[in-house]
Design a protein around this ligand. Sequence first.
Ligand code: BG6
Length: 477
Amino acid sequence: QKLNNFDMVIFGATGDLAMRKLLPCLYQAHAAGLLHPQGRILGVSRSQLNTSDFLAKVEKDSKIHIKQHFTDELWQSFIQRIQYLTVDVNTPEHFQTLRQTVQSRSQTDNVIIYLSTAPKFFAPACKNLAEVGLNADNVRIVLEKPLGTDLPSSQQINADVAQYFKEEQIYRIDHYLGKESLQNVLPLRFGNVFFEPIWNKDFVKSVQITIAEQLGVEERGEFYDITGALRDMVQNHIIQMLCFVAMEQPKSLSADDVRDEKLKVVAALKPMTSADVDKNVVRAQYVAHESQKGYLQENNVPANSRTETYVAIRAEIDTPRWQGVPFYLRTGKRLAARSAEIVLNFKEQENGLFGNHANRLVISLQPDETVSAKMFVKQVGNGLNVQAAEMVLDMGKTSNERRAEAYELLLREVIDGRLSLFNRRDELEKAWEWVMPILENWANSPIAPHTYAASSWGPKAAQDLLAQDGNVWLEEQ
Ligand code: BG6
């Protein structure tokens, strides 16, 4: 495999994401021999540090997040790649030094600028990068979420960046797209004959998409309270999962063909009026249960906060394939288990010889990566009675290859200049457009969020949402 040389400049290098994910994932790629030997990492931030101060911080705050293949020798060779530079995004002179540093030490023309900062710094950073020529065609820019807090702010961010960078230079990260099992939905659907013929309204009764977390908001109360589950998870990760399940077969696997089809799904999501939101969307907050705190008792959360830590939505997709099929989307913190999964509940067989059973397919992204089909098979013994059984494909056993964490895989995609696992501007803005009526309804609603006990499966209202259609969530099936 040919490895591409690179210079990766990480803005926000002292921040949480860089320490917890970006550097450990780059180490992992390094340890696996997947980084070009001359590839370099330049950490930048406002902090007045030199390279050795920065490396001391990396040693303390980042090394602990390395999950596998750690050796001192590999670590020493990894940190050789790292340099640090103080850059204040609002100080143009700092960008002169940045350019000189990138160019002086560069043996490559593959420059990656990773903006792991709050979005308010994107515009000044891009402007100052452009002034020193660090927006030339050999430069790629990676934008970390949240890309806005609503449609207008997201349009503004995209417009600001677009003044200086062309769309094909822009890599908008959604780390869910780096998950093997989500990507696997495409070959599963379009590379086999089993599923596609029944992957539609004639056979599918309903679809459920869940991202459940066991953790609460931890130390992120301040960020989370102005964000909430809808912005943090639904507008991006859940909608990306939905796109992979619901899209039509792309013309090719080129970035734009894939993204064109994803865009069509988001554009076909039935828009909701405020009355629809009242009926089809449930928001809730976790409350204390046994030894666990409630959301309102978490650090940096105002006592009267209405921010949702859970959301469940009944959505519909207006395409010939999916007309009338409910898509139930949900995510929450402090739920009973950690899982991310896609469930297709098939219609009952009518007048079946063995009774009217319904098949089900569950694609699990985490904690395990499996595809399981619920089938009906003969019960052992006399007579032809049937019982339910699961046919399970364990993706972990399909290959001995190391499975990279999502961020590592995406960082390697950026280094190689492949855009298909990154979001295009139009897709993201469409997703914001669809969630806007929900945000607006909540902002004006006199009704407080529902509550659910910490470590439960969410509020009763979310069960009622499915009960209207005669359906239940997976854990109750
Ligand atoms: C992030 C959210 O995008 O995704 C976090 O900001 C959330 O709040 C995380 O915990 C979940 O990611 P994963 O990969 O652990 O499911």
